[in-house]
Design a protein around this ligand. Sequence first.
Ligand SMILES: N[C@@H](CCC[C@H](N)C(=O)O)C(=O)O
Length: 281
Amino acid sequence: MTIEFTKYHGLGNDFILIDNRQSSEPILTDVQAVQLCDRHFGIGADGVIFALPATSPDADYKMRIFNSDGSEPEMCGNGIRCLARFLADLQAPSRTPQTYHIETLAGMITPQIQADGQVTVDMGVPRLTAAEIPTTLMEEDCRVIIQPLEVAGQTWKVTCVNMGNPHCITFVNNVAEIALESIGPQFEHHPIFPQRTNVEFVQVVAPDYLKMRVWERGAGITLACGTGACAALVAGFIIGRCERKATIELPGGSLVIEWSESNERIYMTGPAQRVFTGKLS
Ligand SMILES: N[C@@H](CCC[C@H](N)C(=O)O)C(=O)O
């Protein structure tokens, strides 16, 4: 049996996209996803994304994703922009704006392809209580805002945001100085995060411009993280360090994130790029 795939990236956060519309379960296992994501022995990617048929009458499709370590996250911001482009590329030549209602394990997410090719995603409402993150750092109904956390022999002041998936954000003076490779996994696997966590270090350049580096749960250092950029803006706004709308600069490029005052929803805008197609046998 051969399976076609297409490789996409969103700011260098790269994914193998599989047309899984004929079956309600992913046609590859988590173990196969790990093999395909391997950058030496496989295709190389931060994750594998499946376009599945919708189960809800309100949705067009369903997204499932495996991280490069085989774990299954609830949501992926850069991934859902890539999925929107993939679906548009599978269908008749584009009419824009094209909007998709996508079921995810974090609920309904709505990407819209703009006339200029950028994709704007309604990422939903951020969740902030300790129970929702989830973390045991505070009482269940408390928000985790600038709380001390011991990691790698240092006390960090962390703020936690759930954007469908968990994020732990620390504001620092200079993101370039953070030893992400050694510190990242210690945050990710800290016992206060029962479902592990994504880890973001953020530098405020201006109230409408943040710089961020990320250690992703299940994938390690990546060039960008869409949900992480949204979480960084939410954390920055809550602690009074940024505006409701800002550009987030990541190693792979920039995203524009806005936290709407009228409906409390987060809107993320950024690119999604097809790289190549191939066949798995
Ligand atoms: N890169 C993604 C997030 C992917 C999932 C993450 N690794 C997790 O386990 O939560 C993004 O762009 O949001």
